[in-house]
Design a protein around this ligand. Structure first.
Ligand code: URA
Length: 231
């Protein structure tokens, strides 16, 4: 977040007051003079007049996102957002996105560096989706999903795909393109009727009602860090 917002949240000054402190050269970030446009993450060291500002507690929340809620911090159309469903202090934001009508596992955190890695294609975090589709995908459709489907932004990477029931498939992806699951299933002739993400990076929403959330255990956070080589 911006340096003035960080200082305001830490109770140092109002945003405007923080801007004055920054302009006066009284704020340093990791030893460097802070600027009005400096961005800080939870792990950065911020000092005012040489005294460290208390760090924000890092928080990691897993939400079972209900349908009809958008995965943004603020929605211009004023629809309900995922951020409103979880604890407000410290403020956490979603890692990646689910469509408004998609349900399931969504991680929210204020750990910027970890969130950045989890969302980065290089680390290929595993996401498991269960899709209810039109028709009943046959072995040929499943094979195409596994081997790669031609989409307008390129062929999809190898994925795992299996039929769970009539008209229901599970897809395990390491990519995260926009509307990817819906586009893949549409491309093999089975448009999605309902989409649920049952697991994200090994975290499942088992036991969480739609709209329910829980704070991650320490071991789960460590496993996430391990999955993306985060310090
Ligand atoms: N793929 C989609 O099509 N939608 C989502 O919300 C997530 C993955």
């Amino acid at each position: 977040m911006r340096l003035n917002a960080y200082l305001a949240r830490a109770g140092v000054a109002s945003r405007r007051g923080a801007d004055e402190l920054i302009k006066a050269g009284r704020v340093r970030v990791n030893g460097e003079p802070g600027q009005l446009n400096t961005f800080v993450a939870a792990a950065d060291r911020v000092e005012v007049d040489g005294r460290e500002v208390a760090k924000q507690r890092l928080a990691y929340v897993l939400l079972n996102k209900p349908a009809g809620v958008v995965t943004t911090a603020r929605d211009p159309q004023r629809r309900p957002t995922v951020v409103q469903l979880v604890p407000q202090e410290p403020r956490v934001v979603p890692v990646g996105r689910l469509d408004a009508d998609t349900t399931g596992a969504l991680l929210l955190t204020n750990d910027g560096p970890l969130a950045h890695r989890l969302a980065h294609p290089r680390y290929g975090v595993e996401k498991t989706y269960v899709a209810d589709v039109e028709g009943d995908p046959d072995e040929d459709a499943l094979r195409r999903l596994r081997e790669g489907v031609e989409l307008d932004d390129g062929v999809t990477a190898p994925a795992r795909a299996r039929r769970l029931a009539r008209g229901r498939v599970e897809l395990v992806l390491h990519e995260g393109r926009k509307h990817q699951v819906k586009r893949m299933l549409e491309a093999v002739g089975h448009p999605v009727r309902r989409l649920h993400r049952s697991a994200y990076a090994g975290l499942t929403v088992d036991g969480l009602e739609p709209g329910g959330w829980r704070v991650l255990e320490r071991a789960e956070v460590d496993a996430l860090r391990g999955a993306v080589n985060a310090p």
